[in-house]
Design a protein around this ligand. Structure first.
Ligand SMILES: NC(=O)CC[C@H](N)C(=O)O
Length: 316
């Protein structure tokens, strides 16, 4: 099949996938802990698939910005891994303070932290992301700026932070603070809890579109090289490790189900985005705000299931 034909086919296929997945949103619920999420339009739906050569295949609301929330955990981890790759001490520190095992628990669970002496299971759950931010506060000149610069570079355009969401996040961060204090009591948080929570709330409030997130995940499909600029964001073995963590931990206690049904590394967020990586092929993102029990976009998961099945994209 010629390139143009294949491209046309993919656009048509995305339309079909969207049609099948969209109705599933009615089985989900909007996150309701902050007004900005409670007030999202539950019917929003966008799906973007961006080729390594830059061709963008999109359907629906792919240019409407939303808070990336937990999808930001991938980017803060990437930033920390860049620092760790540049200094052996940082590498030992990072992987000594956060694990790489799936949690099998909700993203904001406190129970394992007590048993496991303040070492979070992985960087894709809240406790792990808080430790990553604590490490970054030591090694970034400015956490906010470096995070924003990285995501803007990967998105191919300037992305901004919604300060209203950042302050709502900070105001409703009881559980995250509880985790931070617990980790502090075990000696696994070095900066003041307020500073770590601020950094984390800020990254959750970064606003991006499905199209931008799909572009931003492409370096993970391309051995760590951003295909738009040719810049090596992470060395190949490190990029593969981020993918491994996304696959095994990126969708919390539904990671097994995602591996089974979707079969590609994914990271979800509570605003309804799921960012995926199809090695050597695509960056993918779907956005639909209503969530399932595990906190993953209901229609988003259905769309990825359909897409990866039809195109035979599972990594297994
Ligand atoms: N799953 C998520 O997206 C969680 C992010 C959310 N801001 C929280 O910390 O609870």
């Amino acid at each position: 099949m010629g390139g143009d034909d294949a491209s046309k086919d993919l656009d048509a296929l995305l339309e079909e996938v969207a049609e099948i997945a969209r109705p599933k949103a009615s089985e989900g619920e909007l996150a309701d802990y902050i007004p900005e999420l409670r007030e999202e339009d539950p019917d929003s739906f966008g799906l973007a698939v961006v080729d390594l050569d830059g061709t963008e295949h999109v359907v629906g609301d792919v240019d409407r910005p939303f808070a990336i929330q937990s999808v930001s955990k991938v980017f803060s981890l990437v930033l920390a891994m860049q620092k760790a790759d540049a200094a052996d001490g940082v590498r030992k520190e990072l992987w000594g303070r956060v694990g790489v095992e799936p949690s099998g628990d909700p993203f904001n669970s406190l129970v394992q932290l007590e048993h496991e002496k303040g070492i979070p299971r992985n960087p894709m759950i809240n406790a792990g992301a808080l430790v990553v931010d604590d490490v970054l506060l030591d090694h970034c000149t400015d956490h906010h700026e470096e995070m924003q610069a990285l995501v803007s570079e990967l998105a191919g355009e300037e992305v901004t932070v919604d300060e209203r969401i950042a302050s709502s996040e900070e105001g409703t961060s009881g559980r995250n603070r509880a985790m931070a204090y617990l980790m502090q009591s075990f000696g696994n948080l070095h900066h003041p809890v307020d500073d770590v929570i601020k950094a984390y709330a800020h990254q959750c409030a970064v606003k991006m579109t499905a199209r931008q997130l799909a572009r931003a995940s492409r370096f993970l499909a391309n051995d760590g090289v951003d295909p738009a600029t040719g810049r090596q964001i992470l060395r190949p073995p490190l990029a593969r490790r981020v993918n491994a963590l996304m696959l095994t931990c990126g969708t919390y206690d539904a990671a097994g189900e995602f591996a089974f049904d979707v079969g590609i590394p994914c990271k979800s967020g509570v605003a309804g985005a799921i960012m995926g990586v199809v090695p050597d092929r695509y960056g993918v993102t779907v956005w639909s705000p209503p969530l399932d029990q595990a906190g993953n976009s209901r229609a988003g998961k259905a769309a990825l299931h359909e897409l990866t099945d039809r195109l035979d994209l599972s990594v297994f």
